[in-house]
Design a binder for this molecule. Structure first.
Ligand code: DPP
Ligand code: ZN
Length: 867
């Protein structure tokens, strides 16, 4: 497959006024008739190129009702070329598809007894021949014909039209979408589904019918998704003045799905994982994800659908912006402070490694072979950080004005990241020229902060740099907003006049770092003031500072900014742990660490969910990132040893707090109860290390009345050598074997086990009766969890973890290339490890390349990973 480049972009030669689609669905095949009205643009040639995939048969091709003669078109595996077409014509295409054989899960496929589609990014070309690109927008009229009994529910985009009986046990339904859209937003569902119905009235009085379709046995798990949808609709009206624009909003949950969910106009298709939730089967984190993803897909209706992308290089235009919007929504619905920590943790754990490795690419990539490989954490999560920085630089009011202007200019269009930045610039008067480098340069910048004093003035000097990344040797300095605070000796906020580029806002100063090296002078600062730098993680950078351990301990307790409190605590723990790893020390943790830990334990003024985070040691992956060369075993041991030291030193306080958090009256999903569970389960980690640990953990497991507590205990049991381990895991499986999403957790908890037999156990689990290579959730729960989250076991010194992953990539690729490609990244991190690991990782990648018939998806990533 050929590389596609941003610089080669050309506008389409034709516009399409409308498309009429008829789907004739049968048990073992589907026939699709498409009639589109094409109009040539001025000056365009008369040749027409249509995209089409290799998995469909072309049954008929017509122009204005007459068959196109064989010598007038050429068909290859991926393109259908018509030599000469009139200026205006109706193109008729009839194709035949085999949805049941479609294990790639793109285009039209069959999952759990239902037909469904996935068209983003390039699935529509597997349904019919069409200009399958996001800048070709048209109006869709859809008619679905299917068996009445097996497919009582027939859905597509837009508003419902006619429906009726066709005789012979078949029926039909029609759908009209009044909003022009690109083909990637097309969707169809046909099957036997139960429905939860509700309604919402928009601010301007439009009555919207809300439906969530799931399989019958899941109907009792849709409440939270429905509530989340209504909250999303209200939030977007309130915060951005954006209303819904159709009479129905349908959501369908399917169990075989490559992504989390899909924002098809008026007909979202979701992975069941992000719809179904009940306290018995879903953890608090699962509930939060349901709310976040429901919000995300809903918010796409404006940022993605009403304004879409000109080409796939602009993917972050809709994804970065929509992630930012869903993060803000979740912050408003839950705890802003804790949500920010969760988001930063995800960014560091997934995006920073991507940005530092062979697959690094800018938020707006410049070339690709397979676009599916660019649905990355860089495009999504770093993309959201880029939007967040613009928000910080120009301020919330100007940002809102910029959003309004963006919609005013581009509603109904296919736009670019540049269009968005220009709207923000024009609305605020700010100069974002240098800021745009965040779109084009890859890599995580490093910022070094150093202090000096002149008289009573505090001078903070910031220096920035960014390491080379593939194809980008030299980086220009970024424009980044650094949010700083000054914490006085008594813990109060100090406000001081600033000499330098920045402004004070709500007790913090946002300075604009634009140079490689830039100083900011704060006038007349009281002695003993400690700077609090990068509040709220105001820029996605790695910060190096010159704060002493005592100053970190001070900020950990005193800072008003929850992010810096947490970060200072983590820095303090990390400093000690990294030293332990590199010196292989047996040393007792210093008194200061214990003091900070017990201080957090005693903190009654702070949200318990945040206290839980303050009491959590940095993860093994985060610690690994602080080291030149990864030493997975030693990191694991050092971290366990410190946890044990904390548990021993504070056992009474830990147990007291644990007891006091016992829910007074059973389960509740209210914020306070969730926060208490979070804290209690963090404490349980320490309790498990105490002499009665096994008993307490087992009791916690047995008494749990919700999945959050159950999984917290099960996860500890899975790591442990407790006698009860195998029995508990078996009981859990027997209890939940009918529930796929819960069984996914069962696989994941074993994949994450730190026990030394984990690689062989994980391998064994691929033979388990409940394991299947066909279901992406199941694959991810076992294989991705193991390779991406279990650092110490994946990097087993004998290379077994790497070889296992390579075998899995090859197996999955035969069925589902898109999902197989998502498994590749961990093998590309060989630059971070020493021999013999380095050699084993490269060997594993090479073994994948040797396979014949490897997909373009996997090949692209493996080749890049070896480079
Ligand atoms: N469905 C994916 C998402 O919402 C891709 N658009 O992010
Ligand atoms: Zn999205």
């Amino acid at each position: 497959k050929q590389e596609i480049r941003l610089e080669d972009y050309e506008a389409p030669a034709f516009t399409i006024e409308s498309i009429n689609l008829i789907f004739r669905l049968h048990d073992d095949y589907a026939e699709v008739e498409a009639r589109s009205l094409f109009r040539m643009k001025k000056g365009a040639g008369s040749e027409l190129r249509l995209d089409g995939g290799p998995y469909m048969d072309l049954l008929a091709l017509e122009i204005d009702g007459s068959p196109v003669p064989d010598d007038q078109f050429v068909k290859s595996a991926e393109v259908l070329q018509l030599r000469s077409v009139p200026e205006k014509f109706e193109l008729g295409v009839v194709t035949r598809l085999r949805p049941r054989e479609n294990t790639r899960l793109e285009g039209l496929y069959f999952s759990g007894g239902n037909f469904c589609t996935q068209c983003e990014a390039e699935g529509f070309r597997h349904i019919t021949y069409f200009p399958d690109r996001p800048d070709v927008l048209t109006r869709y009229h859809v008619r679905i014909e299917a068996d009445t009994k097996s497919c009582p529910v027939l859905l597509s985009n837009g508003n419902p039209g006619q429906k009726g009986d066709l005789g012979d046990g078949r029926h039909f339904a029609e759908w009209n979408d009044p909003h022009p859209k690109p083909s990637y937003l097309f969707a169809l569902v046909a099957g036997n589904l139960a429905c939860q119905n509700d309604s919402y009235t928009t601010a301007s009085g439009r009555q919207v019918d809300l439906n969530i379709y799931v399989s019958e046995q899941d109907l009792d798990k849709c409440d939270y998704a429905m509530q989340s949808l209504k909250r999303s609709m209200a939030w977007d009206e309130e915060v951005f003045g954006l209303e819904y624009d159709l009479d129905v909003y349908n959501i369908v949950a399917v169990s075989d799905f490559n992504m989390g969910a899909m924002e098809n106009k008026g007909l979202n298709i979701f992975n069941t994982k992000y719809v179904l939730a009940s306290p018995e089967t879903a953890t608090d984190a699962d509930f939060d994800h349901v709310e976040g993803v429901i919000g995300h897909e809903y918010f796409h209706n404006w940022t993605g659908n009403r304004v879409t992308c000109r080409d796939w290089f602009q993917l972050s235009l809709k994804e970065g912006l929509t992630v930012f919007r869903d993060q803000e929504f979740s912050s408003d619905m839950t705890s802003r402070a804790v949500k920010r920590l969760d988001d930063v943790r995800v960014l560091r754990m997934l995006q920073f490694p991507e940005d530092a490795g062979p697959l690094a690419h800018p938020v707006r990539p410049e070339k690709y072979i397979e676009i599916n490989n660019f649905y990355t954490t860089t495009v999504y999560n770093k993309g959201a950080e880029v939007i967040r920085m613009m928000h910080s630089i120009i301020g919330p009011e100007a940002f809102r004005k910029g959003m309004d202007l963006y919609f005013e200019r581009h509603d109904g269009q296919a736009a670019t990241c540049e269009d968005f930045a220009a709207a923000m610039e024009d609305a605020s008067g700010a100069d974002l020229k240098q800021f745009r480098l965040w779109y084009s340069q890859a890599g995580t910048p490093k910022v070094t902060a150093r202090r000096s004093h002149e008289g009573r003035d505090l001078i903070i000097t910031l220096e920035q740099s960014c390491a080379p990344s593939p194809g980008q040797g030299v980086k220009l300095p970024y424009h980044m907003p650094i949010r700083l605070g000054l914490v006085g000796p008594n813990g109060g906020e100090v406000t001081a006049d600033l000499e330098g580029d920045g402004k004070w806002e709500d007790g913090s100063c946002i300075v604009n770092l634009r140079e490689t090296h830039q100083s900011f002078r704060f006038k007349n600062v009281p002695e003993g003031t400690v700077p609090s730098i990068l509040r709220g993680f105001s820029a996605p950078v790695v910060l190096d500072h010159d704060l002493s351990d005592d100053e970190l301990a001070f900020l950990a307790v005193q800072d008003s900014d929850p992010f810096v409190r947490w970060e200072s605590t983590q820095d303090l723990y990390s400093r000690y742990l990294v030293k332990q790893v590199s010196e292989d020390g047996e040393g007792h943790p210093p008194e200061l660490l214990l003091q900070v830990f017990t201080g957090h334990l005693a903190d009654k003024a702070t949200d318990p969910a945040l206290v839980a985070e303050l009491l959590t040691l940095p993860g093994e992956i985060a610690l690994g990132q602080k080291m030149e060369s990864l030493a997975p075993e030693r990191i694991h041991t050092a971290r366990e040893t410190l946890a044990k030291a904390f548990a021993d030193a504070s056992s009474e306080n830990i147990i007291d707090l644990y007891q006091s958090l016992k829910a007074a009256q059973g389960y509740s999903h209210e914020q306070g109860a969730k926060a208490n569970r979070r804290l209690r389960n963090v404490l349980l980690n320490y309790i498990a290390l105490m002499p009665d640990g096994e008993e307490t953990t087992q009791r916690r497991y047995a008494e749990a009345d919700n999945m959050t507590d159950c999984m917290a205990a099960l996860s500890l049991i899975s790591h442990s050598n407790f006698d009860c381990r195998d029995k508990v895991l078996q009981e859990f499986y027997d209890k939940w074997r009918q529930n796929d999403l819960v069984i996914d957790k069962w696989f994941a908890v074993q994949a994450q086990s730190k026990r030394s037999d984990t690689v062989s156990k994980v391998r064994e689990l691929t033979q388990h009766e409940a394991f299947t290579f066909k279901n992406p959730n199941r694959l991810r729960s076992l294989i991705s969890t193991f390779s991406m989250l279990n650092q110490v076991r994946f990097h087993e010194k004998n290379g077994e973890g790497y070889r296992f992953l390579a075998e899995m990539i090859v197996r999955v690729d035969e069925l589902n290339p898109q999902t197989a490609a998502r498994l590749v990244a961990p093998l590309g991190r060989w630059g971070r490890v020493d021999e013999p690991r380095k050699g084993f990782m490269k060997d594993a990648l090479m073994s994948v390349l040797k396979v014949s018939n490897l997909s373009d998806d996997v090949r692209e990533l493996v080749e890049k990973s070896l480079a």
